[in-house]
Design a protein around this ligand. Structure first.
Ligand SMILES: Nc1ncnc2c1ncn2[C@@H]1O[C@H](COP(=O)(O)OP(=O)(O)OP(=O)(O)O)[C@@H](O)[C@H]1O
Ligand SMILES: [Mg+2]
Length: 463
């Protein structure tokens, strides 16, 4: 049992404390401390639960979260960054993309199927990495075989294998060849390889919308029937080595084992980020129209969030301990507009704060991927040195704030449009700029943008 548990999650994810998770998120997301703390605790709780005695472990349900906040303040961004940290199967889906069972569109169970697919790939990659060394040795042998066939036949490309002398024993020649191969001296030579491929034409088209369940079965059935096609092709030795190593690694891992581990991992540490949950909120406000199907989607979601068994092509996956983190702006619909059962399954509510002018300044400059940095680096590729003075950053933040106030508040997304407009000419002229050194000061920002934001109608279109 203990050994099985260890396989549930890779070590490193287990070791991230809530504080460490928050620190990681801080690198990319400004402010929103409450939301960061909540997701950090939820993540840590997965690890805690796995360290409980089995009888208790089953009792602890995940504490699902709803992140509520205006548009463009970092909800989705938190999810994106969290997914890299979680090191657990993690899918991000949009609630609004789903349709009620029976209607055209994706049914909600597909999110669990996606999660499982991801889990399988994850475990497979891990197990393949474990056998990598062995696989590489096997690949090397196969490659040597290709370069110097056992049969007396002419070795492929032998004309250029000058060391292969008629008198030398096969062993000696092999050793020489192996040494050359390892030194990378044969990398550029070509060999002919047989690679295996399953041909699966057209199925994607068939299994498209609304027929997911059927799609699975079709694919499975067909993958049993369809012959694996071997294809001969000429590749560089360096590439052949990688291809063969992959093939060998795949042979060395036991897919049944992979699937069993993956399902356990999905069931115990899987996370679904359910974005745009507010888009399916709202009940009975109208007796017809889209609201009917919205509530239908909520009803379909309920069993998955409450815990049910979903059939995937890898087997049945139970969702009782999958963590759901939902998000939504909820400025029209409120969480209380969700059906009560669903509300009950999301006990933790965190509000994200509207962003302030100071936040904008920080967002422009602090994160690793900060906008100002992006533009500076982009222009550097043209040999242009762009300096954006702090006073200019202040001015940009100020204008973004005001445009948000006077038109529509789209949060930090406004910074993208403002920056783009601000640097439009510079971007265009960059290759031909004389001197190639530019300093953006507050004056420049005002010059470029003041006209536009003063004219409300204009800013509605341009910024
Ligand atoms: N707090 C923040 N720190 C850093 N960047 C942010 C922050 N909030 C938003 N951004 C930037 O703005 C963009 C939009 O944010 P995000 O996608 O997280 O919005 P959202 O809260 O999910 O909004 P919506 O409700 O419209 O989906 C992100 O790509 C991100 O770069
Ligand atoms: Mg979003």
């Amino acid at each position: 049992m203990q050994a099985g548990l260890a396989a549930l999650a890779p070590m490193s994810s287990a070791s991230l404390t809530p504080a460490q998770i928050v620190t990681e998120l801080d690198r990319y997301i400004v402010g929103q401390g409450k939301a960061k703390r909540a997701v950090a605790i939820a993540l840590r709780n997965r690890w805690r639960r796995q360290n409980l005695p089995p009888e208790l472990r089953d009792e602890v349900a995940p504490k699902n979260i709803i992140m509520i906040g205006p548009t463009g303040v970092g909800k989705t961004e938190i999810a994106r960054r969290l997914s890299r940290l979680a090191q657990a199967p993690f899918v991000k889906v949009e609630a609004s993309k789903y349709t009620e069972v029976g209607y055209v569109g994706r049914d909600v169970e597909s999110m669990i199927r996606d999660l499982t697919e991801l889990g399988v790939n994850m475990v497979k990659a891990e197990l393949m990495a474990q056998v990598q060394e062995k696989a590489e040795r096997l690949a090397e042998d196969r490659l040597l075989d290709l370069l110097l066939p056992r049969t007396g036949a002419e070795p492929f490309g032998s004309a250029s294998l000058e060391q292969v002398t008629a008198g030398a024993s096969r062993e000696a020649t092999l050793d020489k060849l192996r040494a050359q191969l390892r030194a990378g001296r044969l990398d550029e030579r070509m060999v002919e390889l047989e690679t295996q491929q399953q041909t699966m034409p057209m199925i994607e088209v068939l299994s498209g919308q609304g027929m997911e369940e059927m799609g699975i079965h079709l694919k499975d059935m067909l993958s049993n029937i369809m012959p694996t096609k071997t294809r001969r092709r000429r590749v560089r030795v360096a590439d052949a080595r990688k291809l063969l190593a992959q093939e060998e690694a795949a042979k060395l891992v036991d897919m049944e084992d992979v699937v069993a581990q993956a399902i356990r991992r999905v069931e115990n540490s899987g996370i679904v980020f359910l974005d745009e949950l507010d888009k399916v909120a709202g009940r009975q406000s109208a007796a017809h129209g889209p609201d009917v199907s919205r509530e239908g989607v909520q009803r379909d979601l309920l069993p998955i969030v409450e815990g049910s068994a979903v059939t995937t092509k890898y087997g049945v996956v139970r969702t009782d301990h999958v963590l759901f983190i939902a998000a939504g702006a909820f400025h029209v619909a409120k969480p209380s507009d969700l059906i009560p059962e669903l509300q009950g399954r999301f006990p933790i509510r965190v509000e994200l704060e509207p962003l302030t002018r100071e936040d904008f300044v920080r967002i422009l400059t602090e994160p690793r991927n900060a906008l100002v940095r992006q533009y500076v680096e982009l222009l550097k590729t043209e040999g242009v040195t762009l300096r954006v003075l702090p006073e200019a950053v202040d001015a940009i933040a100020e204008i973004a704030m005001r445009v948000n106030e006077s038109t529509e508040n789209i949060g930090a997304r406004r910074l993208y449009t403002v920056m783009e407009k601000l640097l439009e000419d510079i971007s265009f002229d960059a290759p031909d700029l004389p001197g190639k050194e530019l300093t953006i000061d507050a004056e420049y920002v005002r010059q470029r943008l003041a006209e536009i934001w003063r004219d409300q109608d204009l800013s509605r279109y341009i910024l």
